[in-house]
Design a protein around this ligand. Structure first.
Ligand SMILES: *[C@@H]1O[C@H](CO)[C@@H](O)[C@H](O)[C@H]1NC(C)=O
Ligand SMILES: *[C@@H]1O[C@H](CO)[C@@H](O)[C@H](O)[C@H]1NC(C)=O
Ligand SMILES: *[C@@H]1O[C@H](CO)[C@@H](O)[C@H](O)[C@H]1NC(C)=O
Length: 490
């Protein structure tokens, strides 16, 4: 690593592949124990258990000597009350020719960090940095024009907060780029296990997955992977040395989850939900004309998910989605943006994005980032790969046992998204009630006790970047959700 030790006191030593001396001693000690146990009644069983455990330890990839990690203490940029770390974890598929490293920021809770729930946050995109919310709404500091200042609505007052530049290719993460949410989720599981090795106290704390936009694709895939691996691990068929991941719930804002309702609602939104409509009459007429064909292409892609089918659906719906917005900002229709609003081009219309990029490029060294790695707020390469692989036209099924999904959203929740979820009937019958005490700001629809098992929140004054637009409400939301307190209570 480029940073010198006094600038960035490493949390843990560098690793390499050498076999540590302690290993041999350990093995001999265990064999000794086995021989003694053999002499005792029931000793055989005890020995088998011990040898099995030893064996899994020997083959486990989740041993701090067996994966790359370089973590530094994070500077306290805004005089907040939590400890922070940043750095890299090497992922399973890295080899000596091409490192594959996932960058993260981890800020401990100001209150009892040892027991506080862990909120794991990723970005959208695909290809947007997972640090977006950290610096613009959720994290201990928020960036202004000129500096990082204390964020009064920081989630780190009572939660541990982990931001990951996900997948590799986004933000400061670097290495070979995957092209699907499913493959990215496998890498996330690997990351989480390794993170637990470096921060073992976090392994027992409630885990909450948090994200927005394309996170609506990422998070269900991650949850599926975690639930599947937990199940394998419980049956002793998981990755050797893997721990149970205590996933409790998911929070998603303005999700992209279901390609069909996304496409249909997009047309409705631009033609019917605003006054005046975003698209003009020619565009709306065209969009509605194309709707049956678009629906057909998407259904076909979901039913027969071959690459050509997925690409055809993506291109057809993409052409409509990207029609001229006449200078309205896609992420917030109250604002204007008079430039080509695709990919990185949109940065000038989203000043906080540009500010974050400048800040992070300027402070990369003290965050443990090598010289040659340049921060990418939005990685076009990641986006391109997911796009070319038709990842958007993938059916997301919420197979998470407990079905905890929290979804603050300004728009309409697609009916199809819900049809996959076993609370669908209850949810349809529930009402959106004004959030007590915040009547002019938000409504909540709750299925279940407390803050609900499945909860849908609409924030009236937020655009796509909910944390940035309404950080005060967002903080209340997370406090109620994670602690499962009814909305309106303190
Ligand atoms: C609607 O917008 C499109 C795209 O900007 C433009 O080409 C077309 O002339 C407009 N039609 C009307 C009726 O204004
Ligand atoms: C970059 O960081 C240095 C020192 O931390 C600071 O003096 C300078 O103003 C920063 N520049 C920008 C553009 O943030
Ligand atoms: C997706 O990535 C895999 C390798 O991970 C590659 O074999 C495949 O060709 C890629 N698909 C597309 C459409 O780029």
């Amino acid at each position: 690593m480029s940073s010198s030790p006094d600038e960035s006191a490493p949390l843990l030593d560098h690793t390499d592949d050498e076999q540590p001396v302690t290993k041999k001693r350990y093995r001999r000690a265990l064999l000794g124990a086995g021989a003694i146990l053999l002499l005792l009644a029931g000793g055989v069983i005890a020995m088998v258990i011990i040898l099995t455990r030893k064996n899994s330890d020997r083959t486990s990839p989740y041993n701090e000597k067996r994966f790359f990690h370089d973590v530094v203490k994070m500077p306290n940029y805004c005089d907040h009350g939590s400890k922070g770390y940043s750095g890299y974890i090497g992922l399973a598929t890295e080899d000596s020719l091409e490192p594959k490293r996932s960058f993260f920021l981890f800020s401990e809770s100001e209150l009892s960090p040892q027991d506080a729930p862990l909120v794991l946050t990723v970005g959208g995109g695909p290809g947007t940095s997972g640090q977006m919310r950290y610096w613009n709404g959720d994290g201990p500091c928020r960036l202004t024009e000129t500096r990082a200042e204390l964020n009064p609505y920081r989630w780190t007052k009572s939660f541990n907060y982990l931001s990951i530049d996900y997948p590799v290719g986004a933000g400061f993460s670097h290495g070979a780029i995957v092209n699907s949410s499913a493959d990215a989720a496998k890498e996330m599981y690997d990351f989480i296990q390794k993170f637990y090795v470096l921060f073992p106290n976090m392994a027992k704390n409630q885990l909450v997955l948090n994200g927005g936009s394309y996170g609506g694709m990422y998070l269900p895939h991650m949850a599926n992977e975690i639930v599947t691996q937990n199940d394998l691990q419980a049956r002793k068929k998981g990755v050797p040395g893997a721990r149970h991941v205590p996933l409790e719930s998911i929070m998603i804002s303005n999700p992209y989850s279901d390609p069909l309702s996304h496409a249909v609602n997009g047309v409705e939104m631009n033609c019917k939900k605003t006054n005046p409509p975003i698209w003009n009459s020619t565009q709306c007429e065209y969009a509605y004309q194309q709707l049956p064909a678009m629906t057909q292409y998407i259904r076909t892609a979901l039913d027969i998910p071959t690459l050509p089918n997925k690409l055809q659906a993506a291109e057809f719906s993409g052409e409509i989605e990207e029609m001229d917005l006449h200078g309205v900002l896609r992420e917030d229709y109250r604002k204007t943006c008079n430039i080509d609003q695709t990919g990185e081009n949109v940065a000038p219309c989203l000043p906080f994005l540009a500010r974050m990029q400048t800040f992070l490029r300027n402070h990369s060294e003290e965050l443990g980032v090598p010289d040659e790695v340049v921060f990418q707020a939005i990685s076009i390469e990641v986006n391109d790969r997911f796009w070319k692989n038709g990842d958007r036209q993938v059916d997301v099924t919420y197979r998470v046992g407990m079905v905890d999904l929290n979804c603050p959203w300004t728009g309409v929740l697609g009916g199809l998204l819900l049809s996959n979820i076993n609370v669908a009937e209850d949810f349809k019958n529930a009402e959106d009630i004004p959030w007590p005490g915040e009547e002019s700001e938000a409504t909540v629809r709750v299925v279940g006790e407390g803050a609900g098992d499945f909860t849908y929140v609409q924030l009236w004054h937020a655009g796509h970047f909910v944390s940035y637009d309404m950080p005060r409400i967002e903080q209340k939301l997370v406090e109620h959700w994670i602690k499962n307190k009814p909305f309106g209570s303190d």
